[in-house]
Design a protein around this ligand. Structure first.
Ligand code: NAP
Length: 482
């Protein structure tokens, strides 16, 4: 059961702390211990449809607020989130498992998106265009798209929601949010604080329930004018198809298969720090995680050795325990995928240099693992592992590294380590990715455009561009002739 201290933040009609009599609720478990934390209401199709109508009514009034009023409400929310940062982090770690330090960081990141878009709300500007006709005046207005929906994953239960709802509300949209089944409590806690911040009822509605059914109702609704999804490419494809009949605007933040390229001229310690940060944050369960580490032949032995040493220092366990750097994986399926990637690689000649095993059969902790002598023929080269597995590939030339890095249907994030500024530009430009980290393994922040190309998605979140996805452009032509 979740510590009573956090009940105030979870004081929402959809949440109970005792098992409900009916089975119309989802049990949320502690990621580290497996204990029940709470139960959240399952929304039926009728409940989702009713919520969409409430969202529509709320948006009709909300869009009439001035941008300054909306900015102030978002700033109130931002401040409340920071004030409750520790409790929100405890809830997040309980349901998701990541170490508390990372959970605190995620809450800080969620708050930063809300602050950023509070600031951006006042910078949504139109245009006056020069006309070719003397009697005409041509105007461009930007207006909120209307009712929007978001479907979010379990790996960042707070930040993924904030990154979507902040630009939506700043633009004057309302949003219905379907969080991941394993991590709905962070979403509800954010909603509770939104209400305390003075955001009008129903501009944010959290909807838990069967993903397929809730998703279908949101996609098929004519009232919902935009869907923003973060999750797997597989589910992204399904949602895109379901949104086709209503020609819904879509933002898709999908899977990745990030390459890290370490050149002979890299600062080795900087590269190792970058690999560790990118690979092992959230136990390897991030979409921008290093999935393939390409190391040039001249430094392969040295970099591999240092990565193994650093991996051996990581501590796996309950995220609430001091010193723990690696929490549990999200479920048995996640364990099975890491195991399958290791087995496949080893069967084709890769060597396990650290870790390689699950910690115990009755939990979902997995040892941080390093594989050397990995090749493009192995599954790890093509599929996102989404776990604490660092496969180290060897390459000889820059062209070969760029070719292998781009040889994937994904295009989210890539990283390069080199001290040559000419190479930083050349390789940075040649990589077919939406984001490139140069001499760093950490690239996400509220100021920069986050998103992928190819099958990693559509649209950008955060930054000055993020709000555009929640706005429609209206052109007005005035004829002045009398
Ligand atoms: P997922 O299986 O695609 O689930 C994501 C969300 O979609 C969850 O809320 C899930 O609900 C819901 N969902 C699943 N099937 C659905 C359906 N048929 N219709 C409607 N909704 C459906 O992904 P995941 O395993 O949770 O997350 C990991 C994936 O997300 C990875 O591929 C990762 O790279 C990607 N990701 C991308 C980014 C990015 O910004 N590009 C960020 C984070 C994660 P339930 O939980 O209730 O099943």
């Amino acid at each position: 059961m979740i510590n009573q201290k956090y009940h105030a933040l979870l004081n929402h009609a959809d949440i109970t702390f005792e098992a409900p009599a009916s089975n119309a609720a989802i049990q949320v478990n502690d990621a580290a211990t497996g204990d029940a934390l709470a139960w959240v209401k399952t929304h039926t199709q009728a409940a989702v449809e009713a919520a969409i109508l409430r969202s529509q009514q709320a948006q009709a009034a909300f869009k009439k607020l001035t941008t300054l009023q909306r900015a102030d409400l978002l700033m109130n929310w931002y401040q409340l989130i920071l004030k409750n940062q520790e409790d929100l982090a405890q809830i997040l770690t309980a349901e998701q498992g990541k170490p508390l330090a990372e959970a605190r960081g995620e809450i800080g990141s969620a708050a930063s998106f809300i602050r950023w878009f509070a600031e951006q709300a006042r910078r949504v500007e139109g245009d006056i265009l020069p006309s070719a006709q003397a009697q005409q005046r041509l105007l461009v207005l930007k207006q909120p798209i209307g009712v929007t929906a978001a479907i979010t994953p379990w790996n960042f239960p707070a930040a993924m929601i904030a990154r979507k709802i902040a630009p939506a509300l700043a633009a004057g949209c309302s949003m219905l949010i379907k969080p991941a089944e394993q991590t709905p409590l962070s979403a509800y806690a954010l909603e509770v604080l939104a209400t305390q911040a003075g955001l009008p009822a129903d501009v944010m509605i959290t909807l838990s329930g069967d993903a397929v059914a809730v998703g279908k109702t949101l996609c098929e609704s004519d009232v919902v004018r935009k869907l923003s999804f973060t999750g797997s490419t597989e589910v992204g494809r399904i949602l895109m198809q379901q949104c086709a009949p209503t020609i819904k605007k879509l933002s898709l933040e999908l899977g990745g298969n990030a390459p890290v390229i370490v050149f002979d001229d890299a600062n080795i310690e900087q590269a190792v720090k970058g690999i560790m940060a990118s690979k092992f944050r959230n136990s390897g369960q991030t979409c921008v995680c290093a999935n393939r580490v390409y190391i040039q032949a001249g430094v392969y032995a040295a970099v591999s050795q240092r990565v193994i040493e650093e991996v051996n220092k990581l501590k796996t366990g309950d995220g609430r325990v001091d010193g723990v750097t690696q929490g549990p994986l999200i479920d048995e399926e996640a364990i099975a995928k890491v195991q399958a990637h290791i087995q496949d690689a080893v069967s084709q000649g890769a060597k396990v240099q650290a870790g390689g095993q699950r910690v115990a059969a009755d939990n979902t902790f997995f040892e941080p693992t390093v594989l050397t002598d990995v090749t493009q023929a192995m599954r790890v080269a093509r599929e996102e592992t989404f776990g604490p597995l660092a496969p180290l590939f060897r390459f000889e030339t820059e062209d070969e590294a760029v070719f292998m890095a781009n040889d994937t249907e994904f295009g989210l994030a890539a990283y390069i380590f080199t001290q040559s500024s000419a190479r930083q530009w050349r390789v940075g430009e040649a990589l077919e990715y939406g984001m490139v980290g140069i001499n760093t393994g950490l690239i996400s922040n509220e100021v920069s455009p986050f998103g992928g190309i190819k099958q990693s998605g559509l649209g950008r979140e955060g930054s000055q561009y993020g709000i555009e996805d929640y706005l429609e452009i209206k052109y007005m032509c005035l004829d002045l002739s009398e």
